[in-house]
Ligand binder design. Sequence first.
Ligand code: ADP
Length: 454
Amino acid sequence: MKLRNKINLYTAFLFAILLLIINITVYYSFSKLILDSELNTAHNEMQNISENIGKSLVTISEGILLRSYVPINGMIQIVTKDNNDNSAPFTSPGAHDLSKRKSVFYSNEVSKTIEYQDRLYSFESMPIILQDGSIANLQITKSMETATNNLSTLRLVLIMVTLLALIPVLISSRILSNLITKPVTSMIRTMTDIRQSGAFKRLKLEGNSKDELFQMGQTFNHMIDLLEINFDKQKQFVSNASHELKTPLTIIESYASLLKRRGLKEPKLFSESIEAIHSEAIRMKEMTEQLLMLARHHEQWNIELNQLNIKQLITQTIKGFKNAYNRDIRFVVENDTPLFIETDEKKLKQLLFIFLDNARKYSDETISVELGNDHDEVYIKIIDHGIGIPEIDVPKVFDRFYRVDKARSRKQGGSGLGLSLAKEIADAIGVRIHLDSVLGAGTTVTILSKNFEK
Ligand code: ADP
């Protein structure tokens, strides 16, 4: 069943039940009130009549007396104990049938409602002493037709009210269900459109109300924005990756065919080709490793967080780097107190290597590494005095495959993936990175991490 119909049905059903409970309660309370009051009046009348009859029996005959007290729509009679000497009942014109009802003698006063031939009557029985000294019952049976007529009118009114009240309920539940289902249906339509066309579409958000449904629409649109951004990024990434891999493959292919044709005859060409193929193969290997790492989620990186003496770690990294590239690196430590941070050793080394490698590639002078403590944060600065980055490019250098000077970066063996990988690593091991650069003056990369004092 559709959501709209469910809302309609449940609302109408619940409201109908509520109305029914209220109306039934009203009806029964009212009918009890009316019948009780009728019975009370009949009882009071009976008391008066029995008193009068008791007094007048001496002077006036029983028959005349009883006839004068016949109720408008009912019967009066005297019932004796053994039911043999009963006087004939006196009935009003419309109530002759009552006389056929079997009379019963009661030893006490009785006041109750009875049903006879589908009609409701009040029945009063009062013991009286007859002229001969015997005890008999004076019984008056009186129709309660007016009360029952009133009650059936009330019943009709309540049924009508229940039915009439259901009309606004149905209308309001329809409005409510429309209000709820409209954005949902529009969302479903947009989703179907997206599925069929493959295009990222947004919901049209109408109205000024900032209710939950509006928020749901907004969240949906934000989600689509994010999906589109990610989708574009992925598309860009795949096309960049294939483009980047195509270049070294073309170089390798052209050198290989050169070797095939003239390699054996020209030893100089042979060594040049082998050199080029080798360096391109290394670049491709590095690039694919970086790509694989970027493609994997942080959880798959096997991060192990430990408290590390950061000075020791930097000294080791610099030593390894100096050996590999034979570059001059100056290590400056702010003070001699050992500094500890909680991080993954291997990944932090990899991070330092990326920044040191960039400093090496894009500068010729001595590279400086500074270690210090600012408030409760440990900082590591990698400073070079090289070509620097134009201000406009600084925010973009962390994007995948972004290179300020493509030709120069390629010549240096760069792929444009180093800094984006650095950003991912920093996020994964819980450190922050900051890059400052002045074109022509140099670049400073700062790594910041919480100080863990031992
Ligand atoms: P690449 O492998 O090309 O170096 P990165 O992601 O490491 O890729 O860097 C992106 C771009 O940022 C580089 O191509 C380069 O233009 C610029 N860059 C990064 N570090 C430096 C630096 N220390 N000095 C100057 N330019 C830099």
